[in-house]
Design a protein around this ligand. Structure first.
Ligand SMILES: *Cc1c(COP(=O)(O)O)cnc(C)c1O
Length: 418
């Protein structure tokens, strides 16, 4: 049986309204982008106003105010030193752009043999070819191995967030660099929170070790904050869990919540060293320029979203959600079908031993009025930051119902996967 598909007609705040009038709480913020709730009036108004002036104009030979304003504002909130901003069409494209920057940087720096990246097992960086090639090699993209560039992988970080650091957790990365360091342009990871592949929170000391090794070996460090950025795990950027300035990247990708879920847009922030080195090389321009680059409507939506982030205390909102999830989900550890419960900031994850059937899932979604989108062995919530206490209780209740369901067909049933 195929996973449930519902006809969505409207969405507002935390609710998605179906064609038949059924209301569902969006417990996954529509793949984590709807940070301020659906249809936030300030974002809708910003897009409307921009649409009256200019929907689009090519970004080669033209610049425009929404893009300039957005780039300045991203530079202002990016980690110190990351003051060059490149706007990309989506998260996956931002990862492609970051990878291309790393290769072009190394080439301009006189190290053209550095053309590969190192990523982490358990990671996810998107669905386009280069982004897939940096995602977990045994994950959902295995099917496309034949057309993907080959990169190197270190073992998934094993020490959980909050547990005591053990230096051996970094051995695998050290080995990769010992063996292949001279071919490597950059390291990339999802800092602290491996989201779409593993739903796993790891010890931020890993990032400090990465930074140190990158500095020793002339390797760039790329943090993919597309899922974890904008306070999803508490601080604005997940790598801030390592301590102020302890693990600053050379390049950072952001996306998802950037426009608050209004439209697709992502950004890559890079240090001036990266930008200036690229500009000193041949070609001197960074080689990426898609049709809809810096689309003004998307930039306007992002500026409005950044206004909302600036005006609200999203770190406190994340801790409020964290407290609700700790209270509502931790007790599920006692369920026979529950292997683990993990909560950090506005992310609550229950790892199941066996996924229930899609028919049972569909029933729970409709009976509880909570939209959940479990994958692999995970049922989780990454709600809009505007979720009320009552919304969060209902989300926990729905997850509890999923945990109580009997196991469905074995996970190797291909139709069962996303
Ligand atoms: C979602 C995601 C991406 C891909 O972003 P898209 O906008 O879906 O292309 C990349 N990296 C991470 C960490 C993500 O969570």
């Amino acid at each position: 049986m195929a996973p449930p598909v519902f006809a969505a007609e409207r969405a507002s705040g935390t609710r998605i309204v179906l064609a038949d009038g059924t209301e569902l709480i969006d417990a996954v913020a529509s793949w984590w982008c709807v940070a301020h709730g659906h249809g936030h009036p300030a974002i809708v108004e910003a897009v409307r106003r921009q649409s009256e002036k200019m929907c689009h104009v090519m970004f080669g030979g033209f610049t425009h105010e929404p893009a300039v304003e957005l780039a300045e504002r991203i530079a202002a909130i990016a980690p110190p030193g990351l003051d060059r901003v490149f706007l990309a069409d989506s998260g996956s494209i931002a990862v492609e752009v970051a990878a291309k920057m790393c290769v072009q940087y190394q080439r301009a720096a006189g190290r053209p043999e550095r053309r590969r990246l190192v990523a982490l097992k358990g990671g996810y960086h998107g669905d386009t070819c280069c982004a897939m090639a940096l995602s977990d090699p045994d994950g959902m993209h295995e099917l496309f191995r034949g057309i993907m560039p080959r990169h190197f992988f270190a073992e998934k970080p094993r020490i959980p967030f909050g547990a005591e650091w053990e230096a051996s957790d970094f051995d695998s990365m050290r080995r990769v660099i010992d063996e292949h360091g001279d071919e490597i342009a950059a390291m990339i990871c999802e800092p602290v929170f491996q989201a779409a592949n593993a739903m796993w929170f790891y010890n931020p000391e890993y990032l400090v070790q990465m930074r140190r090794l990158c500095d020793e070996r002339g390797i760039l460090l790329v943090f993919d904050e597309i899922a974890a950025g904008f306070h999803r795990t508490g601080p604005r950027w997940a790598h801030e869990h390592a301590g102020a300035g302890a693990a600053a990247p050379d390049i950072m990708c952001i996306g998802k919540a950037l426009t608050g879920g209004a439209m697709t847009l992502a950004a890559v922030a890079a240090s001036s060293r990266v930008a200036e080195t690229i500009s000193s090389g041949r070609p001197s321009a960074f080689m990426h320029g898609p049709t809809y680059m810096a689309n003004p409507l998307a930039c306007a939506a992002a500026c409005a979203s950044l206004d909302l982030f600036a005006a609200g205390d999203y770190a406190s909102r994340a801790s409020r959600i964290e407290r609700s999830f700790l209270e509502g989900l931790a007790p599920l550890r006692g369920f026979p079908n529950v292997a683990d419960v993990r909560v950090l900031g506005a992310v609550g994850v229950v790892e199941l031993r066996a996924m229930p059937s899609v028919g049972d899932l569909r029933r729970v979604i409709l009976e509880t009025g909570v939209w959940l989108r479990p994958f692999s062995n995970f049922v989780y919530s990454i709600p809009p930051f505007t979720a009320s206490g009552a919304d969060l209780s209902r989300i926990c209740e729905a997850i509890r119902e999923v945990c109580a369901l009997p196991p469905g067909p074995p996970p190797d049933d291909p139709e069962f996967h996303e």
